[in-house]
Design a protein around this ligand. Sequence first.
Ligand code: ATP
Length: 234
Amino acid sequence: MLSIEDLSVHYGPVHALRGVSLSAESGRITAVLGANGAGKTTLLRTISGLVPSTSGRIVLDGQDITRVPAEAKPGLGLSQVPEGRGVITELSIEENLKLGGLSRADKSKPADLDRIYDMFPVLGERRDSAALVLSGGERQMLVVGRALMATPKVLVLDEPSLGLAPRIVTQIFSTLRRLAVDEGLAVLLVEQNARSALSIADHGVVLNLGKVVAQDDAQVLAADSNLRHAYLGF
Ligand code: ATP
């Protein structure tokens, strides 16, 4: 569904990604793991179109989207949940969700708010409240919901578990799992929390200093104690 082919990125003299290749398949969760500075955020910014690549290709469903501008990507079926839970605090929860629906890939279908409220009932209960009142976990649900309003084929998430209580992380991760299994969504999940990410992922990719140092079934990576100690911190 989404394939990254031999991608390299420089920031001036800094070679942040060095020939990275990986793919995120429909119906599966692919976790990208690695320590600080491994290149995870650079990878996501390059996929979303915020950072230009020096070489390599990004292919979505057979179409080369390497040079497609960031704002056009949701309309092609690629939505991103950036780190930091940016919501428009002055707008209501429902208005924030509707903004996500404006760039939906499949405009033949109406924007489906109820689907998001079924997934995250707390958002439905407070739909008319300003997003300002939401807790960190609820904001994370809102940004995931907003990205899903665009009816993506591929959902890319940057550190969704950061700073959240384990109970909320479990809820968000199980929603991602359901979306992959039941709806065939391709999920690309970037996480420093390798243990949690591998527990829900099908496949894992480990980055270090801008290179892929391992990629395999999530269970195989989680069982590799040398790899865990060297790169995954658990
Ligand atoms: P973290 O989890 O700490 O965000 P990361 O795995 O996301 O780490 P990146 O932020 O992608 O890693 O950084 C990869 C490399 O690129 C690092 O060496 C970093 O210092 C460098 N880098 C990132 N952004 C810039 C920038 N704007 N200018 C110069 N170098 C940068």
